[in-house]
Ligand binder design. Structure first.
Ligand code: FES
Ligand SMILES: [Fe+2]
Length: 340
């Protein structure tokens, strides 16, 4: 009913109820994550959640995007149910205006005056537009930039397809691990990719890189004829993947993609996927539809995981030789200081 008198307002951004530990939260919060497809942020504010922090995205008059805490500092109404007027976010309750720096510029109940105190502000965060997505970082010491993804960085926008982002019932780290796990393909994706469930799967070849881990692996898909595929996965820490498929004997085949799970909370992520597929408009649409089905197959299994957190101590699970990529990934997450 009441916030007790003794409770002074806390200044930390991490919500007290977050299931992400304070130490992991402070490390993860310094990275940049995608929060929206850029073209989907138009004139209206957009609510998103990152690391349990509710944010509102809006565009200024110059078209640049900003993020602010999605709570008006006056009476804590969500700013995302307000509107954007002249590049400022306007609270629907008493009409306070906040600019892209978070400063309150107008209080209708005070009439026209411009000497509002500096405490009249909402906390804001920089937003960068990259690869057709909006990225933000809410940490105290933001990393220099969003992850470098050369596979899509220089591709003209009209050659890229964006799957509708979906919320997965699992941590971003588990989503990454699922994407790079080749042993699940003949089981979970029997109906889409196919494969021989009884055939041994050779562990991929792993290369450590400054910003992550690269793995090359072979897989035989069986549902579109027999396709001998070479898969290349490049995991960029903490939660981004570049993925490329080459098909033996088919030099024209081109599928390159990025899988970018954005951590909503400890146990949910919003997955952005960008695709570059060589083909007609119809073939590209069919490929997007096929990958959406693959995602749905994954979500069923991941939703049934009894521990949605990713263990960083190897003793919690048993491991197969083909899990070498996930073990390398876990090692790199430990190196970041996570899981302490
Ligand atoms: S609650 Fe936002 S203006 Fe009063
Ligand atoms: Fe999968």
């Amino acid at each position: 009913m009441f916030i007790p008198l003794l409770n002074k307002p806390v200044d930390t951004l991490r919500p007290a109820g977050s299931a992400i530990s304070p130490s992991d939260w402070s490390i993860l919060s310094n990275h940049w994550y995608p929060v929206a497809i850029a073209r989907e942020l138009l004139d209206a504010p957009l609510a998103v959640t990152l690391l349990d922090v509710d944010l509102v995205l809006f565009r200024g008059t110059d078209g640049s995007a900003s993020a602010a805490i999605d709570a008006c500092p006056h009476r804590h109404v969500r700013l995302s149910i307000g509107k954007v007027v002249d590049g400022q976010i306007v609270c629907p309750f008493h009409g306070l205006h906040f600019n892209q720096d978070g400063r309150c510029t107008y209080v209708p109940a005070l009439g026209p005056r411009n000497n509002l105190p500096p405490s009249y502000k909402v906390r804001t965060f920089e937003v960068r537009e990259r690869y057709g997505l909006l990225w933000t970082c809410i940490g105290e010491q933001p990393l220099e930039d969003v992850p470098l993804l050369p596979l899509i960085a220089k591709v003209p926008a009209d050659e890229l397809d964006y799957l509708a982002p979906e919320i997965w019932p699992v941590s971003a780290a588990r989503q990454v691990e699922n994407f790079i796990d080749i042993a699940h393909l003949p089981y979970v994706h029997a109906a889409t990719l196919g494969g021989d469930q009884a055939a041994p799967i050779k562990p991929g070849r792993i290369e450590q890189q400054p910003d992550g881990v690269l793995m090359r692996a072979n897989y035989v898909e069986t549902n579109h004829g027999i396709r001998h595929c070479a898969y290349t996965y490049r995991v960029v820490l903490p939660f981004a993947i570049e993925f490329k498929v080459e098909v033996e004997g088919d030099a024209d085949f081109m599928l390159e993609s990025c899988d970018l799970p954005s951590p909503i909370s400890a146990h949910q992520c919003k997955v952005f996927q960008i695709l570059r597929y060589g083909g007609s408009r119809e073939e590209r649409a069919a490929m997007c539809g096929g990958l959406a089905m693959v995602n749905r197959e994954d979500m069923v299994v991941l939703g049934a995981m009894r521990i949605p957190d990713l263990p960083l101590d190897q003793h919690h699970e048993i491991h197969l030789p083909v899990d070498n990529i996930s073990n390398a990934y876990r090692g790199r997450l430990r190196d970041l200081g996570l899981g302490r």
